[in-house]
Design a protein around this ligand. Structure first.
Ligand code: GDP
Ligand code: MG
Length: 199
């Protein structure tokens, strides 16, 4: 069978959730395989790196770079020419609830993070979901992520609460740690699989 690959096919995934939940750390962990402590400020870029990952015998090239002044983009270039997989990160706008319509536009997948040590970040996921349903396309793939799973001594949100919320909204759920890297690779590979056929 002939499959026509769109040369310009771009899969866009966006990171959302309250400030401080670990969005940027998660992206850096996936990209560099390490945890760089401390918050990433709006002005500090996460640099430019390249990495090759093999998913089902397909080589996928990752690039992280700062695109605009206000987003970080991780680009995965599939072995089939022209496909790219981008992960967009906000750079502080979430603090002011000013993640714009443009950020959601054309996104096929979305990672909604909360911090398992912060009740407010968990409670706010409902407001995020309302906003997502307003701005994102209807068939967007959503994953709810309880981040900082390494901080078990400070946990205030039980795993069951995360699972229950995810069931209620019909979204995928995982607990992750940007610090230990726990499930980070699983997370991004699942994302590739979900979005997948064009790679
Ligand atoms: P963002 O505002 O959502 O992008 O959050 P950041 O990535 O800037 O992280 C906020 C703070 O949480 C920083 O101090 C990070 O070092 C810390 N942090 C992020 N993820 C984790 C994690 O999985 N475990 C722990 N222990 N700390 C984390
Ligand atoms: Mg950030």
């Amino acid at each position: 069978d002939q499959i026509a690959y769109n040369q310009d096919l771009t899969h866009k995934t966006i990171l959302v959730g309250d400030s401080g939940v670990g969005k940027t750390s998660l992206l850096v962990q996936f990209d560099q395989g390490k945890f760089i402590p401390g918050s990433f400020s709006a002005t500090v870029g996460i640099g430019f790196t390249n990495k090759v990952l093999t998913v089902d015998e397909l080589k996928v090239k990752l690039q992280v770079r700062e695109t605009h002044t206000n987003t970080h983009t991780l680009t995965l270039k599939g072995s089939r020419a022209g496909c790219s997989f981008q992960i967009w990160d906000t750079a502080g706008q979430e603090r002011f609830r000013s993640v714009t319509h443009a950020y959601y536009r054309d996104a096929q997948a979305l990672l909604l993070l909360y911090d398992i040590t912060s009740r407010s970040s968990f409670d706010n996921t409902r407001a995020w979901l309302t906003e997502i349903h307003e701005y994102a396309q209807d068939n967007i793939v959503i994953m709810l992520l309880g981040n900082k799973s390494d901080m078990s001594n400070k946990r205030v949100i039980r795993r069951e609460e995360g699972e229950k919320l995810a069931r209620e909204y019909g979204v995928i759920f995982l607990e992750t740690s940007a610090k230990t890297g726990s499930l980070c690779v699983v997370l991004f590979i699942s994302l590739l699989m979900v979005l997948g056929s064009s790679f």
